[in-house]
Design a protein around this ligand. Structure first.
Ligand SMILES: [Zn+2]
Length: 253
Protein backbone atom coordinates (compact mmCIF):
# COMPACT_ATOMS: atom_id res chain seq x y z
CA UNK A 1 0.00 0.00 0.00
CA UNK A 2 1.50 3.35 -0.99
CA UNK A 3 2.01 5.70 1.93
CA UNK A 4 -0.39 8.30 0.59
CA UNK A 5 -3.30 5.88 0.34
CA UNK A 6 -3.42 5.49 4.13
CA UNK A 7 -6.40 7.02 5.86
CA UNK A 8 -6.66 8.57 9.31
CA UNK A 9 -9.34 8.45 12.03
CA UNK A 10 -7.77 11.36 13.86
CA UNK A 11 -5.64 14.41 13.16
CA UNK A 12 -3.50 16.85 15.08
CA UNK A 13 -4.83 20.41 15.26
CA UNK A 14 -2.04 22.96 15.58
CA UNK A 15 -4.51 25.70 16.62
CA UNK A 16 -5.94 23.58 19.45
CA UNK A 17 -2.65 21.75 20.09
CA UNK A 18 -4.48 18.45 20.47
CA UNK A 19 -5.54 15.30 18.68
CA UNK A 20 -9.08 15.56 17.26
CA UNK A 21 -11.43 13.01 15.73
CA UNK A 22 -12.55 13.02 12.10
CA UNK A 23 -16.13 12.91 13.50
CA UNK A 24 -15.71 16.57 14.52
CA UNK A 25 -15.02 17.51 10.91
CA UNK A 26 -17.84 15.30 9.58
CA UNK A 27 -20.29 16.93 12.00
CA UNK A 28 -19.18 20.42 11.11
CA UNK A 29 -19.37 19.64 7.41
CA UNK A 30 -22.93 18.25 7.78
CA UNK A 31 -24.08 21.38 9.63
CA UNK A 32 -22.39 23.77 7.17
CA UNK A 33 -23.26 22.38 3.72
CA UNK A 34 -19.94 20.64 3.28
CA UNK A 35 -17.84 23.56 4.43
CA UNK A 36 -14.95 22.66 6.77
CA UNK A 37 -13.27 26.08 6.93
CA UNK A 38 -12.14 26.01 10.63
CA UNK A 39 -10.35 22.71 9.99
CA UNK A 40 -8.93 23.50 6.58
CA UNK A 41 -5.11 23.69 6.67
CA UNK A 42 -5.15 22.76 10.37
CA UNK A 43 -5.16 18.97 10.07
CA UNK A 44 -1.84 17.22 10.55
CA UNK A 45 -0.70 13.63 10.97
CA UNK A 46 -1.67 12.56 14.53
CA UNK A 47 1.68 10.84 14.94
CA UNK A 48 4.43 13.09 13.50
CA UNK A 49 2.34 16.31 13.53
CA UNK A 50 4.16 17.40 10.37
CA UNK A 51 2.45 15.88 7.34
CA UNK A 52 -0.62 17.84 6.26
CA UNK A 53 -3.90 15.99 5.85
CA UNK A 54 -6.91 16.70 3.71
CA UNK A 55 -10.57 15.82 4.29
CA UNK A 56 -12.22 13.73 1.60
CA UNK A 57 -16.02 14.04 1.63
CA UNK A 58 -18.27 10.99 1.71
CA UNK A 59 -19.28 9.53 -1.65
CA UNK A 60 -21.74 6.75 -2.49
CA UNK A 61 -18.76 4.37 -2.50
CA UNK A 62 -16.69 5.54 0.42
CA UNK A 63 -17.06 7.08 3.85
CA UNK A 64 -15.55 10.48 4.58
CA UNK A 65 -11.90 10.15 5.46
CA UNK A 66 -8.62 11.97 5.97
CA UNK A 67 -5.57 11.37 3.85
CA UNK A 68 -2.09 12.85 3.44
CA UNK A 69 -1.77 15.75 0.98
CA UNK A 70 0.48 14.17 -1.72
CA UNK A 71 3.08 16.97 -1.61
CA UNK A 72 3.38 16.72 2.18
CA UNK A 73 5.81 14.35 3.93
CA UNK A 74 5.73 12.50 7.21
CA UNK A 75 8.76 12.81 9.48
CA UNK A 76 11.25 9.97 9.11
CA UNK A 77 10.31 7.35 11.71
CA UNK A 78 6.56 8.16 11.55
CA UNK A 79 4.76 4.84 11.13
CA UNK A 80 2.65 6.29 8.30
CA UNK A 81 5.76 6.16 6.09
CA UNK A 82 5.76 2.38 6.25
CA UNK A 83 3.80 -0.27 4.47
CA UNK A 84 1.24 -2.01 6.67
CA UNK A 85 2.20 -5.47 7.85
CA UNK A 86 -0.11 -8.27 6.69
CA UNK A 87 -2.42 -10.14 9.10
CA UNK A 88 -0.11 -13.13 8.86
CA UNK A 89 3.02 -11.12 9.70
CA UNK A 90 1.42 -9.41 12.70
CA UNK A 91 0.14 -12.75 13.97
CA UNK A 92 3.57 -14.39 13.61
CA UNK A 93 5.27 -11.54 15.48
CA UNK A 94 2.72 -11.38 18.30
CA UNK A 95 2.93 -15.19 18.65
CA UNK A 96 6.71 -14.90 19.07
CA UNK A 97 6.43 -12.30 21.87
CA UNK A 98 6.50 -13.06 25.58
CA UNK A 99 3.69 -11.79 27.80
CA UNK A 100 6.00 -9.07 29.12
CA UNK A 101 6.87 -7.96 25.59
CA UNK A 102 3.19 -7.81 24.63
CA UNK A 103 2.42 -5.85 27.77
CA UNK A 104 5.28 -3.38 27.15
CA UNK A 105 4.19 -2.91 23.57
CA UNK A 106 0.55 -2.25 24.55
CA UNK A 107 1.73 0.19 27.21
CA UNK A 108 3.66 2.16 24.62
CA UNK A 109 0.77 1.99 22.14
CA UNK A 110 -1.61 3.26 24.83
CA UNK A 111 0.74 6.12 25.74
CA UNK A 112 1.05 7.07 22.12
CA UNK A 113 -2.52 6.66 20.86
CA UNK A 114 -4.67 7.27 23.95
CA UNK A 115 -2.56 9.77 25.88
CA UNK A 116 -0.59 11.37 23.08
CA UNK A 117 2.65 10.73 24.98
CA UNK A 118 4.80 9.65 22.11
CA UNK A 119 8.16 9.81 20.49
CA UNK A 120 6.48 12.42 18.32
CA UNK A 121 6.64 14.79 21.28
CA UNK A 122 10.41 14.67 21.18
CA UNK A 123 11.12 15.82 17.63
CA UNK A 124 14.87 16.18 18.23
CA UNK A 125 15.54 12.45 18.28
CA UNK A 126 12.34 11.30 16.63
CA UNK A 127 13.73 10.64 13.20
CA UNK A 128 16.50 8.30 14.36
CA UNK A 129 14.32 6.25 16.66
CA UNK A 130 12.12 4.11 14.49
CA UNK A 131 13.05 1.22 16.81
CA UNK A 132 11.17 2.99 19.62
CA UNK A 133 7.97 3.53 17.67
CA UNK A 134 5.49 0.97 19.07
CA UNK A 135 3.50 0.97 15.83
CA UNK A 136 6.45 -0.47 13.91
CA UNK A 137 7.55 -4.08 13.73
CA UNK A 138 10.59 -5.72 12.20
CA UNK A 139 9.56 -8.37 9.70
CA UNK A 140 11.96 -11.02 8.55
CA UNK A 141 11.14 -11.48 4.86
CA UNK A 142 13.61 -14.20 3.98
CA UNK A 143 17.01 -12.48 3.68
CA UNK A 144 16.15 -8.90 4.58
CA UNK A 145 14.55 -7.43 7.66
CA UNK A 146 11.89 -4.92 6.72
CA UNK A 147 10.18 -2.43 8.98
CA UNK A 148 6.40 -2.42 8.67
CA UNK A 149 3.56 -0.70 10.47
CA UNK A 150 0.72 -2.17 12.53
CA UNK A 151 -2.49 -0.54 11.28
CA UNK A 152 -4.47 1.28 13.96
CA UNK A 153 -8.20 1.85 14.35
CA UNK A 154 -9.94 4.18 16.76
CA UNK A 155 -12.97 2.72 18.53
CA UNK A 156 -14.23 6.27 19.05
CA UNK A 157 -14.88 6.55 15.30
CA UNK A 158 -16.97 4.44 12.96
CA UNK A 159 -15.66 0.87 13.05
CA UNK A 160 -15.97 -1.56 10.17
CA UNK A 161 -16.27 -5.11 11.57
CA UNK A 162 -13.71 -6.62 9.25
CA UNK A 163 -11.16 -9.37 9.66
CA UNK A 164 -8.09 -7.16 9.29
CA UNK A 165 -5.85 -7.14 12.32
CA UNK A 166 -5.53 -3.73 13.94
CA UNK A 167 -4.17 -2.19 17.06
CA UNK A 168 -7.60 -1.00 18.23
CA UNK A 169 -7.69 1.84 20.74
CA UNK A 170 -10.37 3.78 22.53
CA UNK A 171 -10.32 6.89 24.67
CA UNK A 172 -12.74 7.44 27.56
CA UNK A 173 -14.69 4.26 26.86
CA UNK A 174 -17.06 2.48 29.26
CA UNK A 175 -16.51 -1.17 30.12
CA UNK A 176 -19.00 -3.75 31.37
CA UNK A 177 -18.68 -7.45 32.15
CA UNK A 178 -21.58 -9.69 31.08
CA UNK A 179 -21.88 -13.29 32.23
CA UNK A 180 -22.87 -15.82 29.56
CA UNK A 181 -23.38 -19.55 29.34
CA UNK A 182 -22.52 -21.88 26.48
CA UNK A 183 -25.95 -23.49 25.81
CA UNK A 184 -27.98 -24.57 28.82
CA UNK A 185 -25.85 -26.33 31.40
CA UNK A 186 -22.69 -25.40 29.51
CA UNK A 187 -19.70 -23.59 30.90
CA UNK A 188 -19.86 -19.99 32.01
CA UNK A 189 -17.87 -17.34 30.18
CA UNK A 190 -17.73 -13.58 30.17
CA UNK A 191 -17.91 -10.81 27.62
CA UNK A 192 -16.16 -7.52 28.15
CA UNK A 193 -18.38 -4.94 26.46
CA UNK A 194 -16.81 -1.73 25.19
CA UNK A 195 -18.97 1.35 24.65
CA UNK A 196 -18.04 4.75 23.27
CA UNK A 197 -19.93 8.02 23.37
CA UNK A 198 -20.99 9.44 20.03
CA UNK A 199 -21.22 13.14 19.17
CA UNK A 200 -24.89 13.14 20.30
CA UNK A 201 -23.86 11.92 23.75
CA UNK A 202 -25.22 8.37 23.33
CA UNK A 203 -23.22 5.37 24.52
CA UNK A 204 -22.96 2.78 21.74
CA UNK A 205 -21.64 -0.77 21.88
CA UNK A 206 -18.44 -0.95 19.80
CA UNK A 207 -16.96 -4.36 20.55
CA UNK A 208 -17.15 -7.34 22.88
CA UNK A 209 -14.16 -9.41 23.96
CA UNK A 210 -14.39 -13.00 25.17
CA UNK A 211 -12.96 -13.76 28.63
CA UNK A 212 -13.09 -17.23 30.16
CA UNK A 213 -12.26 -15.84 33.58
CA UNK A 214 -14.29 -13.03 35.06
CA UNK A 215 -12.39 -9.73 34.87
CA UNK A 216 -12.57 -8.52 38.47
CA UNK A 217 -11.09 -5.10 37.92
CA UNK A 218 -13.90 -3.39 36.00
CA UNK A 219 -15.68 -0.35 37.38
CA UNK A 220 -18.76 0.16 35.18
CA UNK A 221 -18.99 3.82 36.10
CA UNK A 222 -15.40 4.67 35.25
CA UNK A 223 -13.96 5.86 31.96
CA UNK A 224 -11.12 3.84 30.50
CA UNK A 225 -8.45 4.06 27.88
CA UNK A 226 -8.17 0.74 26.12
CA UNK A 227 -5.99 -0.88 23.50
CA UNK A 228 -5.89 -4.40 22.08
CA UNK A 229 -4.60 -6.23 19.03
CA UNK A 230 -7.11 -8.39 17.21
CA UNK A 231 -9.80 -8.64 14.55
CA UNK A 232 -13.57 -8.87 14.34
CA UNK A 233 -14.90 -12.41 14.41
CA UNK A 234 -17.30 -12.76 11.49
CA UNK A 235 -19.43 -15.36 13.32
CA UNK A 236 -20.66 -13.15 16.17
CA UNK A 237 -21.61 -9.53 15.79
CA UNK A 238 -19.35 -7.06 17.64
CA UNK A 239 -17.08 -9.86 18.80
CA UNK A 240 -13.35 -9.23 18.65
CA UNK A 241 -10.81 -12.03 18.74
CA UNK A 242 -7.54 -11.07 20.36
CA UNK A 243 -4.30 -12.35 18.84
CA UNK A 244 -3.25 -13.44 22.29
CA UNK A 245 -5.08 -13.73 25.61
CA UNK A 246 -2.87 -10.93 26.95
CA UNK A 247 -3.09 -8.67 23.90
CA UNK A 248 -5.36 -6.24 25.76
CA UNK A 249 -4.73 -3.38 28.14
CA UNK A 250 -7.11 -0.96 29.81
CA UNK A 251 -6.77 1.62 32.55
CA UNK A 252 -8.97 4.19 34.19
CA UNK A 253 -8.55 7.65 32.65
ZN1 LIG B 1 3.16 11.27 10.20
Amino acid sequence: MAKNSKTFDEFYSLKKNKICSIDEVINYSELHNGNIQPYDKDMYCPECKQAKLTFVHETSKRRAHLRTIPSSNHVSGCSFNYEYASNKTIKTIVDSMTNDEINDRLNSIMNMLCKDISVANQPSNYDVNESKNPMLIQCNTGKVIKTKAIPRKSLNCWVDHNENIYAYYGKKVKLKVVEKQKKSGGSIFYLLEIRTKNTKGEWNLKATIYRYKKPLDIDENALYNITFIGFFDQKYEFSVRLLNWNAIKYEIV
